[in-house]
Design a protein around this ligand. Sequence first.
Ligand code: ATP
Ligand code: MG
Length: 626
Amino acid sequence: MRYEDFYRQSVERPEQFWAEQARRIHWETPPAKILEESTPFRRWFVGGTTNLCHNAVDRHLAERGEQLALVAVSTETGITRELSYRELHREVNTFAAVLAALGVGRGDRVVIYLPNVAEAVFAMLACARIGAIHSVVFGGFAAHNLALRIDDAEPRLLVCADAGMRGGKVIPYKPLVDAALAEAKSPPPQVLIVDRGLDPQMTRVAGRDLDYAELRRAHEGEQVPVAWLESNEPSYLLYTSGTTGKPKGIQRDVGGYAVAMAMSIRCIFDVAPGQVMFSTSDVGWAVGHSYNVYGPLIGGATSLLYEGLPTHPDPGIWWQLCERYGVRTMFSSPTGIRVLKKQDAGWLKKYDLSELKWLFLAGEPLDEPTAHWITEGLGVPVIDNYWQTETGWPAITLMPGLDLKPVKFGSPGLPAPGYRMKVIDETTGGEAAPGQKGVLVFEPPLPPGCLSTVWRDDARYVSSYFSHFREPVYSSLDWAIRDADGYVTILGRTDDVINVAGHRLGTREIEESVSTHPAVAEAAVVGVKDELKGQVPVVFATLKQGVGEAPKQVAQGMQQRVVQQLGALARPARVYVVNALPKTRSGKLLRRSLQALCQQADPGDLSTLDDPGALDEVRRALERGP
Ligand code: ATP
Ligand code: MG
């Protein structure tokens, strides 16, 4: 079907459209009603009962029991695990039996604090099987971040590893769990340890800490019946990245999410049963949940999970894996590609990528120079796609699974099915004309798969997303522009908009312009208070390796480009060349911390900062002067 028809049906007759899509999954009881709206809340597939684990695993046994379901490759430990759907079924049942034996039941929360290993997938699916609510916390988060999430989710059980590994270095997890539980105020959960034998120093707390290998042996081969859940019961919680402040506990449903996964894996990602999807995300992020675990498995595909760096043992590792497993669709982030861009482009050509059809990238604006570099290097279409933890699946994308519309670099494309989008001019409150900037909003009802609410905080759900305009529309809190063909470009976050003498600029516009300088690897732009102009743009940039030009000269070159491309108004007042930029653990630029340092203000909650050294570097650069 053509995208235009598919999309039109989804917004003109949503109930009919989604009733049709719902046939992609198994319902134990069919829904009595497709949609029940009470804006800003909504319930999809009311009265239907289903189960994510059944749809992701059991349902495929008859037809594809021996097909690979999960391949977990670790270049850190050198271990590769390949599991068929039958083997995955067995492991998930065993894990579910262990959960049940520990008293975990329907509606109980389980915090999962594991690296990108097969057990993370087993644990998630086992929770889904018995109706427990998982909350995966990215394994790189420090004790304080973990404690905050524990206090919010109040888990009965916490599943963790002894350690993770990064670049050959063992990173103990268990001491962080101990510290987090010491800090947390909620009733202490039991701790189930997946001991990888990486940290011989690991200590155990008697009576609280349990060993998974031991319990696995005791329950191996047990079958655990699937819990049939009403479509709108919670399936999992996932906290947003915390780029703009305290992370929000996004609550997901069961039926709507399953349908969104079944539709998107096929129609957006173009993955059919039996084909291979490789997402480089960590399972701890939204992409990891949807396209390392639920999407490909609900779709009967093979999911490739990777623990390791993109550059280790060499910068060709991702493509080597694509060749080895015949990957059809790959999913990564602009940050990941920019890491490779610092390396020789020859690595992109070293392996046979004849099976690879698409590279999807999401999470941050994909700057045009990077989009060109990777498209030309790989020779496959690169599909930028825009979404949020809240939406659970792409909201703006192209849909090669239907038909491929022209790729326009700089834009993630067109609205995905069910998303009724508008760009709103904040000054008038009316819809912005094509080519005019404004806030990207979605009109209710949000399509299946999007957040039900913020965990135990309906008020925060309403105030965060639905209280910015006269009408009750969902605000994405991102700034955007739509062209005459309907393509949307994201200009940055609404919080980050720079207001120079009454003219408003998205951070993206200046960052994009600065990045056209051949010496620039990555740039962050923030608006800094200025007595005369209100705000002025200030640039922080890292340079590519082996740049001969002096940083001062490069800085001038960047300013000139901005003046030429965007006009004198956008000219960066100051340009600082640094060795690293502050980012969240999920690879997003933390502009608010840069802005705060420039204005001698408190940088706020930095708990999701990846490398604290990057901020010290910025402080020193500010002291030295531009
Ligand atoms: P928090 O909401 O806690 O501040 P966050 O917004 O960084 O954290 P995520 O849900 O992981 O948490 O990120 C979603 C955001 O990432 C989007 O709102 C947008 O700002 C940005 N984003 C994602 N994909 C794209 C893309 N393709 N192009 C531009 N921006 C993107
Ligand atoms: Mg956000």
